[in-house]
Design a protein around this ligand. Structure first.
Ligand SMILES: C[S@@+](CC[C@H](N)C(=O)[O-])C[C@H]1O[C@@H](n2cnc3c(N)ncnc32)[C@H](O)[C@@H]1O
Ligand SMILES: Nc1nc2[nH]cc(C(=O)O)c2c(=O)[nH]1
Ligand code: SF4
Ligand SMILES: [Mg+2]
Length: 242
């Protein structure tokens, strides 16, 4: 039986980020990450603070809970984390969700490949810029994109770089230039993940969005791109489970 470490199952809500922004979806958030981004907005998945809340669930358990919460009001499930790409057994859940008539999206940083990536309907690869403190393994990322290419699945994938500063913007340009044929998203970085006042956060994030749009418009290296905020952060702040 498959065993997947789960921290959150929630929805339906909108996908707040990237290639399918606005799509009605359920979320499954797995525990554990091979990275430790300085600004991670889901640090509870790996910093030990929620370790007592981790549940080892089978794919069937997960679908049952999705159905209990969402009923017939969803046909799309987003798997995020942590890094769900650490989990070989995730392929079993992907197959089950497809059998149930759901599309499946994945959020991962592109540090690990799994064979089940080629079954994902909306695959977001989010390599990490300098501000994260993480180092991109380009060999791995090249390998993932090579596998997707071989499987004819590049059109199901996108790259999404979170930007906090000028160095991140330069990194984003490098990523886009390396994979010019892959749909590319620039995302506003939230460096206030502790802020509890939604209005204060919304204003700060919109100002950052404006800055990111301006810098992107000025660049001749960022043309076939989309610039987006985290819509869920604008609407619901730093709350979990939305
Ligand atoms: C929490 S991560 C989980 C999936 C995977 N570990 C990854 O990083 O892609 C989900 C998405 O949130 C983004 N993210 C995390 N912290 C953020 C922040 N403070 N501001 C903006 N985006 C953030 C990540 O880049 C990723 O695209
Ligand atoms: N609404 C909503 N959209 C999201 N897009 C990516 C998320 C994530 O944490 O991976 C996320 C999330 O947590 N909530
Ligand atoms: S890779 Fe994703 S989950 Fe892991 S620390 Fe970075 S943002 Fe957080
Ligand atoms: Mg998030």
């Amino acid at each position: 039986m498959s065993s997947i470490p789960v921290l959150e199952i929630f929805g339906p809500t909108i996908q707040g980020e990237g290639m399918v922004v606005g799509r009605k979806t359920m979320f499954v958030r797995t525990a554990g990450c091979d990275y430790r981004c300085s600004w991670c907005d889901s640090a509870f998945t790996w910093d030990g603070s929620a370790k007592d809340d981790i549940r080892k669930l089978s794919a069937e358990d997960i679908y049952e809970e999705l159905y209990t919460i969402g009923g017939d009001k969803f046909d799309h499930v987003t798997v995020s984390g942590g890094n769900p790409a650490l989990l070989k057994d995730m392929g079993i859940l992907v197959d089950l969700l497809h059998d149930k008539g759901c599309e499946v999206a994945l959020e991962t940083q592109g540090s690990r490949y799994q064979e089940w990536f080629t079954k994902i309907d909306d695959l977001t690869l989010s390599p990490k810029p300098p501000s994260s403190g993480m180092e991109t393994n380009w060999v791995k990322l090249d390998g993932i994109l090579h596998e997707l290419e071989q499987a004819g699945r590049v059109d199901k994938a996108s790259l999404k770089v979170v930007v906090f500063d000028e160095a991140d913007l330069e990194y984003a340009k490098d990523v886009h230039a390396r994979y010019p044929h892959v749909d590319f998203f620039l995302q506003v970085g939230n460096d206030d993940t502790e802020e509890q006042n939604d209005e204060v956060l919304m204003y700060k994030l919109l100002k950052k969005y404006e800055w990111l749009i301006e810098r992107t418009m000025e660049s001749d290296a960022l043309n076939r791109v989309r610039v987006l905020p985290q819509v869920h952060a604008l609407l619901w702040g730093n709350r979990r489970g939305v």
